[in-house]
Ligand binder design. Structure first.
Ligand SMILES: [Zn+2]
Length: 494
């Protein structure tokens, strides 16, 4: 039987406001001392009154504008009633039927595949609520501690339509959203720190059937990898059960990132009744008005002040610099590399700009970032700067040095800020044009590799590449491999 996986996401992100959602306590997710940023309001003491943090409302509307959501004229907060030890009030202030943003869409713009990257994921809503405290379970397992520093931190919740079909799509959506939140400056959205948290709903729809299958929820996904792997695992698990004639249980499952499996946490036979009602301690929000001067925000002005959005940045990179989508994806997610790239291109010799620009992108996004990761370097450890990197690219683009030499020099200048021209001169790395040197090298290689010559004569084409490699090694990479190949072919056939 063929089943279509139907996946929806719920993503929470802590907003980067100075203070908490309804009080003046510091909003500091890095605070290590427990219960430092607390007060009677965020501890839910009787008789205290919450006051709305306007900045948090503004941040969510900004997200909505970037996602092209509809922003209603009016909105309000509601009480979501439930008991949990990390929720001192016995209810959470959230939004029920009048969220700050309705609808909207986000493309999977970080995909390298052009068809996938133009796929739009529809968004149901984005609303604002408060975070709960944190339960800490010490190793003795005899007690549980509560840290309320997080209680009352403004939390944005985004819900997508169930239009996602694979783990990869869910990962690309989450990565794209994270980048948007960072670009807008509304959240650090660090998943490892719990500043962004993903939950996924998965059901399987049997082919030729209209209604969806039983929905399973997976929580505690704290990395993009976990989002992708948990969904792929869950799809396989559910197909296995259905094919064996078993039933899917409606439940919440957790993710074991070591074993890479989901496990049952609790069954959800009945929807929990939260008894939502309008929050009586907070006034409804008049967000904006067509009459100037009325309402809390000027949406037109907010829209015009949005920064360049990441998918626009990517498009601009591809169009302006003519670089491939893969390179643009890396640059758009790495602001330091992006600035470094633009700076380098501005310093390229105009004569070699056309060939040099994609070369600079390739050397930066694969080699430099690769070395940086492999050696665990920070940007500040990298001695290379846009000036000598542009010098290196000029030499590669003009054909003065081979790409093998280019990579050696790159390693040198990453660790020491040497002048590229100087390295080429003192080490004699420029491509050797003197045909006497090239020919005598080739003759030596041919003499020492009679087996390769025999192979070639038997029709083994790659024997030539082997000989080119041998000659290249003897010349320490300082030759044009195409020129070597031409000379070798002349020698052994002539
Ligand atoms: Zn407080």
């Amino acid at each position: 039987m063929y089943y279509e996986p139907i996946i929806g996401l719920e993503i929470h992100a802590e907003l980067k406001t100075k203070t908490k959602m309804f009080c003046d306590c510091l909003n500091d997710s890095n605070e290590k001392q427990p219960n430092k940023n607390i007060c009677p309001i965020c501890l839910g003491h009787p008789g205290t009154l919450p006051v709305i943090n306007k900045k948090a409302v503004e941040f969510v509307i900004k997200v909505g504008l970037a996602l092209e959501s509809e922003i209603p004229e009016f909105s309000k907060f509601d009480r979501k009633n439930y008991f949990y030890p990390d929720l001192p009030k016995g209810y959470q202030i959230s939004q029920y039927d009048e969220p700050l943003c309705r609808g909207g869409k986000l493309k999977l713009f970080l995909s390298d595949d052009p068809q996938e990257s133009s796929k739009e994921i529809k968004i149901t809503r984005v609303h604002l609520e408060e975070d709960a405290g944190k339960l800490i379970h010490p190793e003795d397992k005899k007690s549980t501690l509560i840290d309320f520093n997080r209680a009352g931190i403004p939390l944005m919740e985004l819900v997508t339509e169930p239009v996602i079909h694979t783990g990869k799509e869910a990962r690309l959506f989450s990565q794209g959203l994270q980048l948007l939140l960072k670009t807008l400056g509304v959240s650090e959205a660090d998943m490892e720190k719990g500043q962004m948290r993903c939950e996924v709903n998965i059901s399987l729809k049997p082919k030729n059937q209209k209604e969806l299958g039983i929905k399973v929820e997976v929580k505690n996904l704290n990395s993009f990898r976990a989002v992708e792997r948990a969904i792929d695992y869950e799809i396989k698990r559910q197909i296995g059960l259905l094919d064996a004639g078993e039933k899917i249980i409606q439940e919440t499952r957790g993710w074991d990132q070591v074993k890479e499996i989901t496990y049952s946490q609790r069954s959800k036979e009945e929807a929990q009744d939260y008894r939502y009602f309008p929050e009586p301690d907070l006034p409804p929000l008049h967000l904006y008005s067509k009459i100037k001067g009325e309402g809390l925000f000027d949406l037109e002005q907010m829209k015009s002040q949005l920064p360049e959005l990441p998918w626009q940045t990517k498009q601009n990179l591809i169009q302006t610099y003519n670089i491939p989508s893969q390179g643009a994806n890396i640059l758009v997610q790495n602001n330091k590399a992006l600035l470094f790239f633009k700076d380098t291109v501005s310093k390229l010799d105009p004569e070699y700009k056309k060939i040099g620009t994609p070369l600079a992108d390739n050397y930066l996004t694969t080699d430099i970032l690769g070395i940086k990761e492999k050696e665990g370097l920070d940007w500040k450890d990298i001695k290379l700067n846009p000036d000598n990197f542009a010098q290196l690219i000029n030499n590669l683009a003009s054909g003065k040095i081979s790409s093998r030499v280019g990579k050696d020099i790159l390693l040198d200048i990453i660790h020491s800020n040497q002048d590229v021209e100087e390295i080429i001169q003192t080490k004699g790395l420029g491509k050797i044009k003197d045909s006497n040197i090239l020919i005598s090298t080739i003759e030596e290689v041919i003499k020492n590799n009679s087996k390769a010559i025999e192979d070639y004569k038997k029709g083994k084409e790659n024997a030539v590449q082997f000989l080119v490699g041998q000659a290249m090694a003897k010349l320490k990479g300082a030759a044009d491999p195409k020129e070597l190949e031409k000379l070798i072919r002349e020698k052994i056939t002539g």
